[in-house]
Design a protein around this ligand. Sequence first.
Ligand code: SF4
Length: 418
Amino acid sequence: MSSQQSTSNKMLNATQGLKNIMGRHFLAIEQAFRDGKPTAWATSGSPVEVLYAMGVQPMLPENSATVSAAQHFSQNFIEKAEEEGYSYDLCSYFKTNVGAVLNNATMIQGGTRSPTFMLSTDVICDTHVNWFQVQAERLNVPHYAIDVPHIVSNTNNRQYNYFKNYVAEQLYELLDFIQEVTGNEYNEEKAQEVSKNSWELSMVWQDIYRLRKNVPCPISTRDTFGGLFPLFTMPGLKAPIRLYKKMYKEAKERVELGIGALKNEKYRLMFEGIPFWYNLKYFGMLERYGAIIVYEPYTYAFSKYMNPNVTKEMVLNNPIEAMAELMLSFWYIYDLETRIKKFAETVKEWKIDGVIMHENLSCRPNSCGLYDLKRHLMDDFDIPCLIINADMNDPRKFNDTQISNQIESFIEILEKRK
Ligand code: SF4
């Protein structure tokens, strides 16, 4: 067994500002209710920028579900939803939200206010659409769903252009829908400002990510797991850009001084999947072995402007078309072939020693293809991989002993390869 290292894992000071930013987001929601301003629930992957551009305050129930888990309320809410007849196997974000609504949970417990309308898309999963269908009916509010076709290995240009137009048309219809429900009109100048901020937020996040290529890595999951929230709750606002710039500056100073987030960095890991929000401190266990996670596709994916066809000019001058293209190229809808290629490239660039994959019992999009991905990475690229079973929001599905044993054995394998 490898000797356990002393932990000196340091969160960036700048990341402390995240609490303020997220606090302001929740205050903005409360303020919108007090002022009678339109509000909307939105699923992750949906075009939240359009909401900001049209004066609608977004709320993301997935974000609230993570709050429930972190505050140890999620299990109660999940069990409440199961009492209502929802299966043990359904998405635990969905059940957390159902239970939170039924229990009239406060925002601190991960509750969400009843919105003016709901906006969902199946870009990441069909659960999102079904979830909002159920809740829109329960809360008696209108629901707009955007259907996004998935690009597969043999999708040709003609089909791709057809898909792009199909998504863009739905986005234009969304503008009409919002105007009809709220009375607010789409303002191109405002849309341009929101798009510019959204672009900049993502670019700084990508810069932060590139700093993680350095050895030792200056940033740990203590900065990124929570740091990702503004990307999907506040794309279009200025405050999170300032936060990310501070994070970047501090991390850059660490790089220049050769300081790592972990004192004795020995193994560099990738973590694929959603973290266990109810037990984030579990990731500290890895660091006792000198292992640090330097890349998470999940937290990187939400920086969304990764499609080289989508330029800044296009985002500023043609935000709807740009959005349609981005929705077709989201990391979580890559086909297996592209996924294998992306993982292999990332492992090389970020100098990763091994990949831990979370087979999430709640989530098909997160779990589908993991065994094929693992097999290809191991056989074709000689990358050590480990699959663990758990759930991002349901602590009942987390077996501490089993996962700890698996990780310990994995670290032994990595040690032998050094
Ligand atoms: S965890 Fe998976 S199934 Fe649940 S909402 Fe997210 S992507 Fe969809």
